[in-house]
Design a protein around this ligand. Sequence first.
Ligand SMILES: Nc1ncnc2c1ncn2[C@@H]1O[C@H](COP(=O)(O)OP(=O)(O)O)[C@@H](O)[C@H]1O
Ligand SMILES: O=C(CO)[C@@H](O)[C@@H](O)COP(=O)(O)O
Length: 559
Amino acid sequence: MSSTTYAIGVDYGTQSGRAVLVDLADGTEVADHVTPYPHHVIDEKLPGSGVRLGHDWALQHPGDYLEVLKRSVPAVMRESGVDPADVVGLGIDFTATTMLPVNEAGEALCLLPEYRDNPHSWVKLWKHHAAQEEANLINEIARKRGEKFLARYGGKTSSEWMIAKIWQILNEAPDIYEKADRFLEAADWVVLKMTGSFTRNSCTSGYKAIWHKQDGYPGNDFFKALDPRLEQLTETKLRGGILPLGSKAGELTEEMAAAMGLRPGIAVAVGNVDAHAAVPGVGVVEPGKLVMAMGTSVCHMLLGEKEIEVEGMCGVVEDGIIPGYLGYEAGQPAVGDIFEWFVEEAVPAYVKQAAGSEGIGVHEYLTRLASAYKPGQTGLLALDWWNGNRSVLVDTDLTGLLVGMTLLTKPEEIYRALLEAAAFGTRKIVDAFQDSGVPVIELYACGGLPQKNALLMQIYADVTNREIKVAASKQTPALGAAMFGAVAAGRANGGYDSIVDAARKMARVREESYKPIPEHVAVYDKLYGEYTKLHDYFGRGGNNVMKVLKSIKEDTASR
Ligand SMILES: Nc1ncnc2c1ncn2[C@@H]1O[C@H](COP(=O)(O)OP(=O)(O)O)[C@@H](O)[C@H]1O
Ligand SMILES: O=C(CO)[C@@H](O)[C@@H](O)COP(=O)(O)O
């Protein structure tokens, strides 16, 4: 090993996985490579058999995750020319809960011929929302029993999480439930494949599987009250030691080292959630700084000193983001995805042609036109619920809304209203933390959107009335994951002894930031008042039209 050492971070997103090779002295990203998942998001039919999937389903192929390791890691090694002997650690971050059933050997059930035609044997992606009934029951039963864990999750658990997804498998495919030796987060499965060790990580367990550092999982009596067949779940199919972030899960096996072009025996850190890995990736290791990981969805992370109940937060987990602090998380389950929907499904042909003839993308074209409007000038207001609401209402059955259209409304005005709606959704989250006593002083942004859309970032600053600093890294979660890989290796092996040390040396924000413009803030305050009225009316039971429409739609489809 030379005096320059490196770690690799692998970031598993919704559409693709990305490996980044990082210089541990100063966080320089020496090389990166993206592998789009060959099977994409599977939401209509199973590959091979063509078995059709139900409404709100979203699956992935676990083999795609290994493809990322086998294609992207050798690619960064090749491109950089770095000697594998100088790579001391590797960390990964993942979407979550993205989970799968495995057999005793840790093999994914969907990769075995006898189970592959059953959709429940596949990886359920975080945005698989078909376990909403189970989630509703978990919340109702927990509330009735006075389970104290509910408060740690803002009063509700989500259909995106582990227990609801497991229970859906039990309800709809009891044979798959039976055959599953364990249910694993995909993050832990990939770590298992690299090291041969079964580990679970404190981040996904805490935020997504109702585990608590002091209290453990809810008791067997709670699971029995859900369904007697679930009574032993945490001792059986969820068994396994839960390790804190930065722990070494194991060492890279000979076989995987050969496939990845690395040295066997290097430290592999326990898995982490993508958004959470981004926090040290932007250099945030103290309270008061809300980190927004902005892409397909937006996740909001904040450190605090005390465990406080905040309405609709996704969770508060001790050591869940940075050891020594309570890590708070909230989120919006669609942001970039809403803009994508508009561009793909609702933009007239003339806009696409105009963008094409200028040689720019439709997002860029609409953003340029939308930038010419002042706040409030479109006369439009939207609710950002195209994929439900994660915080503060925690309800995946809510849907999108747009108010104020006239015969003169232009596509770019709608696009701007959608950007503003996303910012209003974030303001709800900021206000919920601030009003509950978890201060939000500054905002930090990372992910794809801050690099793609300056108008969006200015709107976020204006709507929240806070300065927004942007990560210097384009791959913040991967950088954070690499930092945890370096911590798993330890200083004696060329890494770091703590994530705080690693973040101080390796993370940076850009020099320029987005500052609120007072005239915009004033108009957005008024619009936010109207957003809040719509939000409460449609989201807090004043008018359940969104749910009624959904149920009529489902009844009609099943007839
Ligand atoms: N110029 C743009 N303005 C706003 N959104 C954009 C733009 N270009 C792409 N997007 C959206 O960004 C999202 C992808 O964000 P990114 O951070 O790259 O991905 P991921 O969340 O999968 O990591 C997509 O939903 C896409 O619609
Ligand atoms: O749920 C979480 C984090 O808690 C995310 O993994 C999920 O929203 C997916 O994030 P991305 O949009 O892929 O960045």
